[in-house]
Ligand binder design. Structure first.
Ligand SMILES: Nc1ncnc2c1ncn2[C@@H]1O[C@H](COP(=O)(O)OP(=O)(O)OP(=O)(O)O)[C@@H](O)[C@H]1O
Ligand SMILES: [Mg+2]
Length: 275
């Protein structure tokens, strides 16, 4: 049975008279990789920050792993959820090792060994040379800083990972390798991911489901293949037009989505490749 890891029920967010999110209801199932995309200022970051209680909703309820987050201690909630954002938000006066060990140290105060193991494991998984452990953030490249940020978000083995344009500030090659790594991490750990991006190709490549937002409202929330095949409205159609063209062209040629899926780097749902 599917399990809801995140659920919004009639969530509203307003700043004074300005309503950012009028009435948002959706859920993210365990093991989903949801990418959120939409115009600038439409409320993506606001939505993400409401999940880990960095922003409080004006009305409505948010459930994380079945519990209303109003009933949870916000600090504890935040420590239990991985959070990675664009650019370097590393502690500048801590080494790479200390940055990654930060949350595990808070959670397992006495078990230094366990923390050291977690640091080694995650540095390896995100593709960081162990020789970088003693470096400070300002002695790293942008891509390396981004990897440390991801390792830090994952080091406490959270069940949920929130990422807000985490690959926004890196070059194309680094971006592509970070995308591959996050997909591998997702496959291997079955972690539930909510990932904000501006890049439709990235959104379609990474997601099991894409959440398309405009003016704080869901425009479409579905699998990448379904969104490409059946855009729900003009907003979605415009957003995916170019990708759709590429995918459908090859789909028509091979009479299935297997080839087009591979061409777009899409993850195909079970059974879809054979159709
Ligand atoms: N503290 C605040 N007070 C008033 N308005 C705010 C505040 N924080 C955010 N907003 C407004 O809320 C809206 C949504 O902001 P949000 O950061 O969620 O957008 P976004 O979808 O993440 O945009 P982007 O793609 O540019 O990051 C914006 O119009 C923003 O100006
Ligand atoms: Mg944002």
């Amino acid at each position: 049975m599917s399990e809801k890891m995140i659920e919004f029920r009639h969530v509203k967010k307003a700043y004074g008279d300005s309503v950012i999110i009028p009435d948002l209801s959706f859920s993210v199932e365990k093991g989903d990789f949801v990418t959120m995309i939409g115009s600038s200022g439409c409320g993506k970051t606001t939505t993400l920050k409401m999940v880990n209680a960095l922003i409080e909703p004006t009305a409505g309820d948010i459930f994380v792993e079945g519990t209303n987050i109003r009933e949870r201690d916000p600090v504890q909630l935040r420590r239990s959820i991985g959070y990675a954002i664009q650019g370097s938000v590393l502690f500048p006066n801590m080494t790479v090792e200390q940055n990654i060990a930060y949350v595990p140290n808070l959670l397992h105060k006495k078990d230094r060994n366990r923390t050291a193991q977690a640091v080694d494991k995650w540095m390896k998984i995100v593709g960081l040379d162990p020789a970088l452990k003693e470096r400070y953030p300002n002695e790293l490249s942008g891509g390396q800083q981004q990897r440390v940020g991801i390792a830090r978000a994952l080091a406490a083995s959270p069940q949920i990972l929130l990422m807000d344009e985490p690959f926004g500030a890196v070059d194309e090659i680094t971006r592509s390798s970070l995308q591959d790594e996050i997909m591998r991490i997702h496959r291997e750990t079955h972690i539930t991911v909510l990932f904000v991006t501006h890049d439709i190709q990235e959104a379609l490549k990474l997601a099991t489901k894409v959440f398309i937002m405009d003016h704080g409202e869901i425009q479409q929330y579905d699998t990448p293949v379904h969104i490409l095949r059946h855009p729900a409205n003009e907003f979605v159609e415009k957003l995916v037009r170019r990708e759709r063209h590429t995918c459908f062209l090859s789909e028509d040629r091979v009479g299935g989505c297997e080839f087009s899926g591979a061409a777009c780097g899409l993850r195909l749902p079970e059974g879809d490749a054979a159709r």
